[in-house]
Structure formats: structure tokens, C-alpha cells
Design a protein around this ligand. Structure first.
Ligand code: IPM
Ligand code: MN
Length: 361
């Protein structure tokens, strides 16, 4: 086995480059604790790649990712590119393409409450007091995101369509992942669907139930998406593993993120069958606060931490980084986007948060 570990770094658009800079600082700091020598190569993606190469996912970027052992992504998209046709826009033209290209069908979005950030959560204290620790497992390369779509007709008869398809195979493979994760946690899964209306959901529910028979010690519950989003704000502590089709996972993972206090805290990891991984914050490119050195880099740094845990298999370093983040939050440090004008908070820049975290590692 090679002693070199290559990471393709794709900072992207909006706040991507400035939060990525902090993750790279962390990476440089922890290199000495890691057995393998890490080499990073940076590539353009999304809007910044459109500006430079007229292509949101240039060949050079794709080749770079192929040669790497893992991908660390910032975020893509922004109003500058919203005029483009859907397939050329950063979201579909780069991010979704990249996920599909590497067959990244598993998406993990862990959501837990940082002690001193709960004050930022939109949830009431009596709800938060019960705590929560959820992992949202989202099917990432199927469903309505990748089905047949288009626009047809003219005038008043013009119409648009998106179609959702799920095969038994696609549901089975993500269900197996979810059950195996549940075995290592509280041994319960809540599977999300809309089986009172959608055919794909009926199949989803059937297949997940079938797979559950192979995991007798895991308790399976099914929940309609409309009920699930309500339950998640009423009593998040009831959930542990949430298993979702692509679109429902997109929606519910943002909700999982914001109840922790900020969408800027949530990392994510995506894998294929060989556990090749892409790591990215669950939030977006936040163009409104980009370039001001005020964005919260925690989700990006945690995405790097997930890379270290899952792709480099250095769980202790992952914990070191997580603890360092909790430590600086305990001291009251946060970026302006997290400020609630509390007298105990110390508002610092994106760059300062990065530095404070590496000093605490
Ligand atoms: C996410 C994002 C993406 C998605 C967008 C940017 C295409 O919202 O990772 O959750 O919908 O998957
Ligand atoms: Mn999303």
C-alpha cells in the first residue's frame, strides 16, 4: 500500500474558497499525526470553472479527482450563473455530475448539538434539553434528481416534468448501508417516504421492510415525509438513523442542520461501493456573505474531519478536531453569521476561527 494519500481539493464558489482555506490550515497542522503523507491538488469546479473553462466540471478537474484517494469539496453555485440552462449551471453541471460519475450513492449527514451553540437553535430549550444525535442517510444518485425531465408544448399548453424512478437494486443497496450503520448505533431506523401517494415510495417501503428481515436486532419504523418534518421539530430526540430517498433527504437534512443552531455546522460524506469518498458541507455557497471573511468554516473543517475518519481511517484525529471545535465554541468564539448579540460571544473572522481551531488541536 502506498504511503501517499492524495486529496483533490475543489473550493468552488461563494464562501467555498475562504472556508476551504481554513480546512487546509487544519490539514497542515494534523499532517504530523497522520501515518500517510498527504498531497493536495486544487482544481476548479462550478461557477469558477465556468468562468475559466466555460465548463462547470472541466476534464482536468475530473481527471484530478480520478487520480485522488478522496475529494474535499467547498460549495458551488451563485446568482452569477443562475441565467444558464439547468444542465450548465454549477449545481447540475458539476455537483450532481460528480456524484453520479463516481457512483456516490451513499450520503451521510450527521447532526448533533454542540453544547454552546444550542442557544442559536430555532427550537425551544425544553425540546433541546432532551438532546439529539441523528444521522441522515440520503440516497444520492437516484430518484427525481436524475429521472427523465423536460419541458414541452407552447403557450398555455406548455408544461414541465420531472420523474422519479427507484429500482429495487438502488433501494436495497442504500438500505443495507443504513442497517449496518444502525447496528453500530441505537439499532433503530426511521425510513422516510410518501407511500400514501407515490409508487416509488410504495416500492421503497416494501424493499426496506424486506431488507430489515436480515437485521432482526434493528427496529424499523416508516414515516411519511410530511409527518417527519413535523416530528423533527417537535421531538428530534426520537430519531437516530433516518433513511431517505434523494429529494426527501435533501429537505430533511437541511432541517437536521438548522436545529443544531446553524446550517454552517453540518458536514457530509458521500461514498460509492468501494468507499471512495467525497466530503462537502451540507449547506450552500452563501453568495450573500462570500468574500467578507465572516462565514462559519466549521462545516468545511468537519467535512475534512470526516475524510480523516472514513478515508484515512484515523478516528483519533477526527475526535481531536471535533474536540478543538467544541473548545473554541465553549470559549465563546464564533463568526458574525452566528452572532445573536449575546454578551458572552466573541465575534471573530473566518480566518481567526481557523487559527483558533488549529491552536486548540
Ligand atoms: C445539497 C445541495 C445540493 C442538492 C444542490 C446544491 C444541488 O442542496 O447537497 O444538499 O440538492 O443535493
Ligand atoms: Mn440541500
Amino acid at each position: 500500500m502506498s504511503n501517499i494519500f492524495k486529496i483533490a481539493v475543489l473550493p468552488g464558489d461563494g464562501i467555498g474558497p475562504e472556508v476551504m482555506k481554513q480546512a487546509i490550515k487544519v490539514l497542515e497542522k494534523i499532517q504530523k499525526y497522520i501515518k500517510k503523507k498527504i498531497i493536495i491538488d486544487t482544481y476548479y469546479i462550478g461557477g469558477s470553472a465556468i468562468n475559466k473553462f466555460d465548463d462547470p466540471l472541466p476534464k482536468i478537474t475530473l481527471n484530478g479527482c480520478e487520480k485522488s484517494d478522496a475529494i474535499l469539496l467547498g460549495s458551488v453555485g451563485g446568482p452569477e450563473w443562475d441565467y444558464l440552462p439547468l444542465n450548465k449551471r454549477p449545481e447540475k453541471g458539476s455537483l450532481l455530475k460528480l456524484r453520479k460519475y463516481f457512483n456516490l450513492f451513499v450520503n451521510l449527514r450527521p447532526s448533533f448539538c454542540y453544547k454552546n451553540l444550542s442557544i442559536l437553535s430555532p427550537l425551544k430549550e425544553k425540546i433541546l434539553n432532551k438532546g439529539f444525535n441523528i444521522i441522515c442517510i440520503r440516497e444520492l444518485i437516484g430518484g427525481i434528481y436524475f429521472g427523465l425531465n423536460g419541458r414541452k408544448g407552447n403557450g398555455k399548453n406548455e408544461y414541465a416534468f420531472d420523474t422519479e424512478t427507484y429500482s429495487r437494486f438502488e433501494i436495497e443497496r442504500i438500505a443495507h448501508i443504513a442497517f449496518n450503520i444502525a447496528l453500530k448505533r441505537k439499532k433503530k431506523i426511521c425510513s422516510i417516504d410518501k407511500a400514501n401517494v407515490l409508487q416509488t415510495s410504495i416500492l421503497w417501503r416494501e424493499v426496506v421492510t424486506e431488507i430489515s428481515k436480515k437485521y432482526k436486532s434493528v427496529k424499523l419504523q416508516h414515516m411519511y415525509i410530511d409527518n417527519a418534518v413535523m416530528q423533527l421539530i417537535k421531538n428530534p430526540s426520537q430519531f437516530d438513523v433516518i433513511l431517505c430517498p434523494n429529494l426527501f433527504g435533501d429537505i430533511i437534512s437541511d432541517q437536521c442542520a438548522v436545529i443544531t443552531g446553524s446550517i454552517g455546522n453540518l458536514p457530509s460524506a458521500s461514498f460509492n461501493q468501494n468507499y471512495f469518498g467525497l466530503y462537502e458541507p451540507a449547506g450552500g455557497s452563501a453568495p450573500d456573505i462570500a468574500g467578507k471573511n465572516i462565514a462559519n468554516p466549521i462545516a468545511q473543517i468537519l467535512s475534512l474531519a470526516m475524510l480523516i475518519k472514513f478515508s484515512l481511517k484515523e478516528e483519533k484525529i477526527y475526535i481531536k478536531i471535533k474536540n478543538a471545535i467544541q473548545k473554541i465554541l465553549n470559549l465563546g468564539y464564533r463568526t458574525k453569521d452566528l452572532s445573536i448579540n449575546n454578551s458572552k460571544e466573541k465575534i471573530v473572522t473566518t480566518d481567526d476561527i481557523g487559527t483558533l481551531i488549529i491552536e486548540s488541536i
